[in-house]
Design a binder for this molecule. Structure first.
Ligand SMILES: NC(=O)c1ccc[n+]([C@@H]2O[C@H](COP(=O)([O-])OP(=O)(O)OC[C@H]3O[C@@H](n4cnc5c(N)ncnc54)[C@H](O)[C@@H]3O)[C@@H](O)[C@H]2O)c1
Ligand SMILES: O=c1ccn([C@@H]2O[C@H](COP(=O)(O)OP(=O)(O)O[C@H]3O[C@H](CO)[C@@H](O)[C@H](O)[C@H]3O)[C@@H](O)[C@H]2O)c(=O)[nH]1
Length: 441
């Protein structure tokens, strides 16, 4: 089937390439000519494991094209909207201007019978407001939220753990165990491979589909802030949050995943999604229902304050002190620094006068665009040289497996703050380091 993907960022580029490897004829549209030039040349415009190989595989099919020319949208039967919905500059709500612009570009190029499929994360109620404009063109709208994780985007796209389709409530017809809705066959054809692999499918109305996405992210964010709140308690009681997480995680009702305490969550999704969800609930007059998400956000942001304060309490005056930061991306296996706790901490220490040397296997280009004043060093050993304190802030495998004995010979003073509680503290202490975990004895 011929499909288009509008917006070729972290989500859209992977989606477009993955769809082509599944045999669809795909055109990916973006307004960023540099991104399109890279993708057209088969180069990934950002770091995502497996994406270069996926682009090569898709390129070899001859079925994948990237363009800035919206005319090439014509002829596709399914059009995915995958543009950004960032936090608005003036508050927590989602900025839908990119989505509206993308739709305005698409509408005149739609043909009757086409299906427009929203993938972007949107406030509940958005799809309903967009549908009339799509219907005027004789096309239909579906909402199909995306759950991929950066760092695992390729496998999550090809083998999602579930698919959710949202349709206008009045078009949904339930028959026994099945559901009919206009456009559902087109989506089933797009996802034939995943469906054949028995991927669970939930077909529902727009509002539920939109809510599933933000509810999932709100739950994940809450889980992280919960364990970080336990880390705060552990800090004052002498308990160990890592042992606590293992112990509560053995209860299958709780589960062991997403219970890693540390400097908290960041990225282009969790922080802005919980704020947009809260803002939308306020608009709907049910702000109190999500009041806890403001606390989830506060706990999360306190983690960054905690690390900055701890560095200050260890070093005393920060002015001119040599601080080395290992890791800038919001998580390992990504170059994404959107709302990265690591970059935020590094920047705040620099603002307080520290001489921050920062390194990351992939995120130096993205970080240096946002925070040009840090001293960026590509090589880990060079970054460690002469440090008065080392902060591990993104748990890339090369940092988790650092040899503490060798590292100790490079620094000025062997003090480490393990912002992700991922180091073997006995080994580090054994090598002479003053080890500081977060919520760990
Ligand atoms: N990144 C993820 O892991 C992820 C996962 C699930 C859902 N989402 C959601 O998907 C959406 C996209 O996120 P992202 O991380 O890919 O963002 P992104 O910023 O990486 O990509 C968005 C792309 O859209 C392009 N764009 C903007 N306006 C356009 C227009 N009018 N026409 C064509 N292209 C346009 C931008 O140039 C950019 O390349 C967001 O709503 C996000 O919340 C993201
Ligand atoms: O136990 C944990 C797990 C994660 N994190 C942090 O939480 C953030 C988000 O991590 P993760 O959820 O793995 O990354 P994303 O790629 O942002 O993915 C989330 O956001 C996407 C965009 O909405 C969704 O599609 C995914 O399902 C959802 O997991 C990162 O800063 C992690 O360091 C922790 O601090 N502790």
């Amino acid at each position: 089937m011929k499909i288009s993907v509008i917006g070729c960022g972290y989500l859209g580029a992977v989606h477009a390439a993955a769809m082509a490897t599944l045999g669809h004829e795909v055109v990916g549209l973006d307004v960023d000519p540099e991104k399109i030039a890279a993708l057209s040349a088969g180069r990934a415009p950002f770091f995502e494991p497996g994406l270069p190989e996926l682009l090569a595989e898709a390129g070899a099919t001859g079925k994948l094209r990237f363009t800035i020319d919206p005319e090439l949208l014509r002829g596709a039967r399914v059009h995915f909207l995958a543009v950004g919905t960032p936090q608005a500059a003036d508050g927590g709500a989602a900025d839908l201007s990119y989505l509206h612009a993308a739709l305005a570009t698409l509408l005149p190029r739609l043909s009757p019978g086409d299906l427009v499929v929203g993938k972007s994360t949107v406030p509940v109620g958005t799809a309903e407001t967009l549908r009339a404009r799509v219907r005027e063109r004789g096309a239909e709208l579906a909402w199909n939220p995306e759950f991929l994780r950066e760092g695992f985007a390729v496998q999550d796209t090809l083998r999602p753990d579930r698919l959710v389709y949202g349709f206008a409530a009045e078009t949904l017809v339930r028959e026994g165990d099945g559901v009919r809705a206009p456009g559902i066959e087109l989506l089933n054809e797009v996802y034939a491979d995943a469906l054949a692999a028995h991927t669970p499918l939930v077909v529902t109305d727009f509002a539920t589909a939109e809510l599933v996405k933000v509810a999932a992210n709100a739950f994940l964010a809450t889980k992280i802030s919960f364990i970080n709140a336990m880390a705060e308690i552990a800090d004052v009681t002498g308990a160990d949050v890592s042992d606590l997480a293992v112990a509560i995680g053995h209860d299958e009702r709780i589960g062991s995943r997403f219970l890693r305490a540390g400097i908290g969550f960041g990225g282009g999704c969790l922080p802005k999604d919980i704020r947009a969800f809260s803002a939308r609930a306020e608009e709907l007059g049910v702000g109190d229902s999500l009041g806890f998400l403001a606390e989830v956000d506060r706990v999360n942001l306190r983690r960054r304050d905690l690390v900055v304060d701890r560095v200050a309490s260890i070093l005393g005056d920060l002015d001119g002190r040599r601080v080395t930061v290992l890791g800038l991306a919001f998580k390992p296996d990504s170059d994404d620094v959107r709302d990265s706790p690591a970059l935020d901490i590094a920047t705040r220490l620099a603002a307080r006068g520290a001489l921050v040397t920062a390194t990351d296997p992939q995120a130096i280009p993205t970080a240096s665009r946002l925070a040009p004043r840090l001293n960026y060093v590509g090589d880990t050993s060079a970054a460690l040289a002469g440090a008065e304190i080392v902060l591990l802030l993104t748990e890339w495998s090369e940092y988790r497996t650092l040899d503490p004995v060798a590292a100790a010979t490079l620094v000025d003073t062997p003090i480490v703050i393990d912002g992700r509680n991922c180091l073997d503290r006995s080994a580090w202490r054994g090598a002479g380091w003053a080890y500081h975990g977060l919520g760990r004895r």
